[in-house]
Write a protein that binds this ligand. Structure first.
Ligand SMILES: *[C@@H]1O[C@H](CO)[C@@H](O)[C@H](O)[C@H]1NC(C)=O
Length: 387
């Protein structure tokens, strides 16, 4: 036993020696961070980042275990090397109370970054209380943002109790999120798991999302997204949209959502657009191998999206939805209408494909609803299709 331990330690030592010889390594403690959960470690984190970002060879930043209070940290590139690795063993705590920043931990203008581990505690409770009381609240902070970046891996991150979105990916390309957890209570307002906007080649795989809003939402200008092996719920499901709220939004295309288990969510697979005339499109979407456990609206296209139903525009949506397929979607709906297509009168949904749909409502057949939609079906159809 003792011998095994020493061999292990020797191997670890060799690995570290090798690593530090070929990589520049920076520990936030050496830059003055105090893992006491109180002292603001912002400056220490930014200095460690500046050293790694300025290094000419592959660089590593280490955040050892402990609790670090960080008021805000915007890590900026471009960097001198394209192989920065950030290893986080600790927990990072957000400010509570009257925070006015819209972003908390952000990486921007970076190419070639991997982040391993870490727990981010957004401490959003007082923001949620404000929103629940319908007071006028400051804009909720997004816990973690990747912006204007390329080739980013986020692996094994845990994000807790964000004020607003847990994670936002915008204007970026080649972003992979793997084995991550996004956790907030079911009744926490607007705590989306991951929101993607103006980005392409985004992979979100093998992750768990239990939130108060969408597990994953995809906004305007999203393309080439691969979502696979996700556990979603509680939450509002996986959504494309809402789109068409503003004029001249770029479209959404080439989206694959595979092997998602939805448990007790409001929606399963949803596409939502406002009832406004603004042009735009959603095309080339594959939804497959989904399991619905007591989901209110398992399959839904809603082109009259209007949360809260106040001052709804009520016009014909200008967003054109085409080539959307649903394959092997099974499980239980919590409401009688398990499949709902409420498409735009002026721009009907076209090329909708349903194949092997097995959805029940209270162990009985469920129903479908179709408005302004064209498409085809094959295989088992429960509920019977209205296409
Ligand atoms: C579609 O998206 C996938 C990733 O989901 C990507 O590999 C593929 O290259 C994309 N295709 C096009 C034509 O953009």
């Amino acid at each position: 036993m003792v011998q095994k331990m020493s061999i292990l330690l020797l191997l670890l030592f060799l690995f570290f020696s090798f690593f530090t010889a070929t990589h520049a390594a920076y520990n936030v403690l050496d830059f003055g961070a105090k893992p006491d959960g109180r002292t603001d470690a912002k400056k220490a984190f930014l200095k460690a980042w500046a050293a790694a970002c300025g290094a000419a060879k592959p660089a590593m930043v280490h955040v050892p275990s402990g609790r670090y209070f960080v008021s805000q940290a915007i890590f900026l590139g471009p960097c001198k090397n394209n192989k920065i690795r950030v290893f986080i063993d600790g927990t990072i705590l957000a400010p509570t109370g009257n925070n006015r920043d819209t972003q908390w931990i952000t990486f921007k203008y970076v190419d070639g970054l991997s982040i391993y581990g870490g727990t981010l505690d957004g401490r959003g409770q007082s923001m949620w209380a404000c929103k629940r009381a319908r007071r006028s609240c400051p804009i909720a902070t997004t816990s973690f943002t990747i912006g204007q970046s390329k080739n980013v891996l986020v692996q094994g991150l845990t994000s807790l109790n964000s004020e607003g979105f847990h994670m936002s990916i915008y204007a970026s390309s080649g972003v992979t999120v793997k084995r991550a957890k996004f956790l907030a209570p079911r009744d926490s307002p607007n705590t989306d798991g991951i929101h993607i906007q103006m980005s392409s080649y985004v992979n979100i795989v093998s992750s768990i999302m239990r939130t108060g809003d969408d597990c994953i939402s995809m906004g305007a200008g999203t393309s080439a997204v691969w979502i696979e092996d996700i556990k979603c719920g509680p939450g509002h499901g996986i959504s494309i949209g809402s789109l068409g709220g503003l004029p001249k939004e770029p479209g959404v295309q080439n989206i694959t959502v595979s092997k998602v288990v939805f448990s007790g969510t409001q929606n399963g697979l949803r596409i939502k657009t406002w009832g406004k005339p603004h042009d735009g499109y959603v095309k080339g979407v594959v939804f497959r191998h989904a399991v619905m456990n007591n989901v209110q609206y398992p399959i839904v296209v809603d082109q009259n999206y209007c949360p809260g139903n106040i001052n709804c525009p009520g016009q014909s949506s200008g967003i054109k939805i085409s080539q959307v397929s649903y394959t092997n979607i099974r499980g239980s709906s919590a409401t009688p209408v398990a499949v709902k297509f409420d498409c735009s009168p002026r721009n009907p949904c076209i090329g909708i494909g349903l194949r092997d749909i097995k959805l029940t409502y209270k162990n009985k057949p469920a129903q479908s609803f179709c408005k302004n939609v064209k498409g085809s079906t094959s295989g088992v159809m429960n509920p019977p299709s209205c296409l």
